[in-house]
Structures are given as C-alpha cells and as structure tokens.
Design a protein around this ligand. Structure first.
Ligand code: PHB
Length: 369
C-alpha cells in the first residue's frame, strides 16, 4: 500500500496534514482530577501522532454537557492546561489534532449535573440509553439516562456561549481545529431529530428550524476561531442514543450545503454501521460529496483496502479509524506495510490507566526506518 492515496498529504483549512488517515474521536474515560487531561493522556495521543489528524475524544463544553464520569472538559483553565500538554506532545511528533466539542444534552443524569439538576434537552423526552455515573456510595455504574428538562428559548444563547468558550479554550491549548460534535444522539443531534425535538419555537418543527441551533453554534464558533479551523461531525442514519430521524439524510445534505457556504474546513461522517443503522447508499455518498465543498472525512469499519477504494473513487478525502487505533499506536505504518494488527481489548476501552491504553506495542523498528 506504500503508493496509496491514503498516505499522501492533504491541505485541510490552514493545515498541511501528513496523510489521509484520521484517528477517530473515542471516549476512553481516563481524565484526571477536575476532568482535566493528564500526562498519561498525552502519552496515548503522542503514540498515535503519525495519523494525519487526531480528533480528540469528546470533551464537554460545560459540566451540564457531561454524560459520563471521567470524560475530559474544555471549560476551565486547568482543563486548558491539561489539553495543552497533550497537543504539545502531538505537535512535537509532527502530528495535528482537533478538539471535539461536546454537549450530551439528555444523555445524562442528575448525578453528573451541576447541583444535581435534571439534564437539558430540546424537549422533555427521555432517551432509551445509558450514561455512566459515580453513585453516592462512590462506586461507578451504568445507569439509564434521566428524564431531561426542555430548554427555554432564552437559555439557548448561553449554550452557544459555552461552545464558544470551548472553542476559544481549544485554541488557547494549541489545537489545530475544533470539531463540533453534532452526531450520535448528543445535544446537537437531539435538535436535528424530530423524535427528540418537538419544540414549537423557531428551533423545532421544519427541517430548517431543527437545523437552526447547530448553525447558530457553528456561526458563533467561526466568528471567534475562523472557518478554516472548524469541522463538524454528523451521523446520518445513525440510531445510537435513541435517535430515530426519517429525514436524517435530507438534513445532512441541507447542513452540508450550509457548511459549504460557511467555508468549513471539514465535515466528518460517522457511518451508521457501528451502532446498527442502515448502511449509507452510494447515491447518498455522491450527493454528500457534491453538497460539501471542504474536506470530507468518513468513519466506519474501514480497512486499508476499503478506505483506499473510497479515496480512489473520490467519494471522500480522508478516512477515520477508531478501534484499530486503540490497539495499534503505529496504525499508519501497519496499514502502509500491510502488517498484522493488534486486537483491541473491549474490557479496557473505558476507565483505568495504562493497561489497554498506552501499552499496546508498536512494530519493532527495522533497518531502513
Ligand atoms: C460514548 O462515550 O459512548 C460516546 C461518546 C461520543 C460518541 C459516541 C459514544 O460520539
């Protein structure tokens, strides 16, 4: 695969990336005190810095935006300092990194919320899903998500401000990009989907109205960091976290055109297969390609051959890999050399320390490297 497109450089926004392999955002639940990134997190990401672009695990823009214990935040100075050590380590290895901005909306529980409040959502509709909490007796547990409170129209600008603070903080930490997480059933996706958004104000009802909040968040972020540093993640046909949206492909195309008008650096598609949704059709892939003028990234169950086929057909510009990056810090080299991959251990995906995180072996250095 050494002459493959996958390993050729690409200009994205203001950055020249070394190759077209993206490390997908993945929750690993190993943040430190105060939900700040730690030196261990820096080691993990730096081990994977040969990816053309690393997208960080989802990082809450406020405590209200948190749905799982031990996920990192991007809303205070200690969290900026923690992330700065991560980005510096990735940059020192020649890599590039985006920070994924996250608000979970209804995928949460009072045990994670400020003052034990109810989680917030577009509408007071409980999701069938789980979040991860520390119980009052100190033990961690997966629990059903709680009934959320519907956000008042006048509260929405405060949430936009939280995203903007997150984007500013990400730039202060040195990230090359921010990725706005509008996928996988979290707050922004809850606004997009009619089964979680039954609002009667300007943010609910028609497709345009349901898209409004996402675009307001994006516009506010662009105003402070510039469109060439902003990407978005969408999950058309996704069903994770109880999303059921018969118009999700039309919505993705509508948004892709709106993102093109705004000159967004990249659009990142989380394909439905990982969570059980129907696969994307070839026709939709073509429409998406046509609708979005920036760098198009896709993320599904790809390997070097299927990724290369998609690049060769000019359907996408970059391909993101998730679980293979957990177990293979040198995934780019392994793909290029067609080397065997280490298998990830699901028992150590979430929580814990070095085991199953920074101790997966790289290939031995051989002569000529
Ligand atoms: C998760 O923590 O389970 C998670 C986070 C972000 C996603 C998907 C899953 O987009």
């Amino acid at each position: 695969m050494s002459d493959a497109l996958l390993f050729t450089p690409i200009q994205v926004g203001h950055s020249r990336l070394n190759n077209r392999v993206v490390m997908a955002p993945m929750t690993r639940s190993r943040a430190g005190t105060g939900d700040a990134a730690t030196p261990l997190n820096a080691t993990y990401y730096a081990q994977r810095a040969t990816a053309g672009l690393i997208i960080s695990e989802a990082s809450q823009v406020s405590q209200q935006g948190q749905g799982y214990a031990w996920t990192p935040g991007i809303y205070n100075d200690a969290q900026v300092a923690g992330w700065k050590t991560v980005v510096d380590a990735v940059h020192s290895k020649g890599g590039h990194m985006a920070l994924q901005l996250w608000h979970v909306g209804r995928i949460s529980h009072p045990l994670l919320q400020p003052g034990g409040a109810d989680p917030v959502a577009p509408s007071a509709i409980q999701a069938k899903g789980q979040c991860f909490v520390i119980q009052p007796d100190g033990t961690p547990a997966n629990v059903p998500t709680a009934m959320p409170r519907a956000l008042e129209t006048k509260e929405l600008s405060g949430i936009v401000d939280d995203y903007v603070r997150g984007a500013r903080n990400a730039m202060a930490a040195g990230f090359d990009f921010v990725e706005v997480h509008a996928a996988n059933g979290y707050l922004l996706n809850q606004f997009l989907s009619p089964n979680s958004n039954q609002r009667t104000d300007a943010y609910g009802g028609s497709l345009e109205n349901r898209a409004r909040f996402v675009l307001e968040v994006i516009d506010a972020i662009i105003a402070v960091v510039g469109s060439d540093k902003v990407g978005v993640r969408l999950s058309p046909q996704g069903v994770f976290n109880d999303i059921d949206d018969p118009e999700s492909t039309a919505m993705a195309l509508y948004l892709a055109k709106a993102f093109t008008q705004r000159n967004l650096a990249f659009l990142h598609i989380a394909e439905p297969d990982w969570a059980g949704g129907a696969p994307l059709s070839q026709a939709f892939r073509l429409q998406l390609r046509e609708a979005f003028g920036g760098t198009l990234i896709t993320c599904g169950g790809y390997n070097a051959i299927t990724a290369e086929a998609l690049l060769g057909a000019n359907l996408v510009d970059m391909v993101a890999f998730g679980r293979p990056f957990i177990a293979n810090p040198d995934l780019v080299r392994r793909l290029r050399e067609n080397a065997p991959l280490n298998e990830p251990d699901p028992n150590s995906f979430y929580g814990g320390a070095e085991a199953g995180y920074t101790d997966y072996p790289a290939l031995a250095i051989t002569q000529g490297d």
